[in-house]
Design a protein around this ligand. Sequence first.
Ligand SMILES: [Zn+2]
Length: 174
Amino acid sequence: MKPFTCPICGGKLNIRIGEAHAECDSCGRLHEIDAADVEQFRKIYADAERLMRQNTVAGYEDAIRQLQTIAFIGEARDKIKECEQRFNELRANQLQRQEANRLSDKRNTRLGVVLLILTVLLCAAALAGIVYLIVRWVQGTLSKGAVITILAVAAAAVIISVLGRLFSGRGSDS
Ligand SMILES: [Zn+2]
């Protein structure tokens, strides 16, 4: 974009969004701005405001890019600063959330390990129970209470192992 300078003294023109005239920074004369330029500035500025309303990292990035094309206008520079501030805030929140997710993943992994140990212990108990059942059956001294206890331990082993699989499945998804 061409620079907007005073045709009399070469000073910088204080262009304002939506205004057809700009005052020279050095000599104070008012100069008319081309209507097409006024409209273009207004459009870029309005686009940037619309992007900012998205309130997303990408939205602010796009808004900054737009505003940089009219950064010779004070209002655009102010908006860029505002975008950068909001952008940094959002980024900081994003990083914080990622860190929180990482910590909860770690917790899930720890829970998975506990469940795995529990599964191994219960499977061993179930196996021992089955061996015990076979021995008692062979000896012909099988008691009802022993059968129920051993079947309950075997069922618990199956349930815990299913839970463990669910947890490790969720861990690898994220
Ligand atoms: Zn001037």
